[in-house]
Design a protein around this ligand. Structure first.
Ligand SMILES: [Zn+2]
Length: 201
């Protein structure tokens, strides 16, 4: 076997191995951040908890149209402890977990979208969502990042990511995210990323 052929075989074997461990999911757990007294990022009357819930509901509708089961950690303005959110993320078989947030930084200079994962097995899901979210919204691409946020660290049974859909603290991003049209684009980007990730398996 020549070198080139050996290389080709190695690639084919790797692809087969990855395919063998593919995570075929039919359920998406959507986790709108915060709720009730926990407003999340807030500037004036603009609260992250409202933006996250509205965006998650839009993603829910888009994914249901694709025939996926969708479970929401909250569908109303209620407080859900972080442990309950990750417990929900672990309780479903053949599922992925997607937490939806909006960002904040002091001074208001932060801009753009970023997607977090904790375990490397969740990296590809984060990469797909980030790519489609940025493509759909033309927001600044802050990239895919690793972090230890509770919901993505304690959700161990399924791929789990946390999406930050732009900065509430940035006046121009805030103005855009206050429109349903822009939140629809954000939701489309997230849903398209999830669907593309699923088809990639
Ligand atoms: Zn948040």
């Amino acid at each position: 076997m020549n070198r080139l052929l050996a290389g080709t075989c190695w690639v084919a074997m790797t692809v087969l191995m990855l395919a063998g461990t593919a995570h075929a999911f039919d359920t998406v757990v959507l986790d709108p951040g915060h709720g009730a007294h926990d407003r999340g990022a807030a500037i004036g009357y603009v609260y992250e908890k409202h933006l996250a819930l509205d965006t998650a509901r839009r993603v829910e509708q888009l994914l249901k149209k694709e025939g996926l089961n969708v479970i929401m950690s909250r569908s109303r303005d209620v407080f859900i402890p972080l442990q309950d959110r990750s417990a929900l993320g672990n309780s479903k078989h053949n599922a992925i977990f997607v937490s939806i947030h909006y960002n904040y930084n002091r001074g208001g200079s932060g801009a753009g979208a970023e997607t977090y994962y904790h375990f490397s097995s969740s990296y590809m899901l984060a990469a797909y969502i980030q790519a489609y979210l940025v493509q759909r919204t033309s927001m600044t691409n802050r990239g895919v990042k690793s972090a230890g946020f509770h919901v993505i660290r304690a959700t161990t049974k399924n791929p789990a990511v946390l999406v930050e859909c732009g900065f509430v603290s940035n006046s121009s991003e805030r103005a855009r995210m206050l429109t349903g049209e822009f939140r629809a684009k954000i939701a489309e980007g997230i849903a398209q990323g999830i669907i593309a990730f699923r088809k990639s398996k």
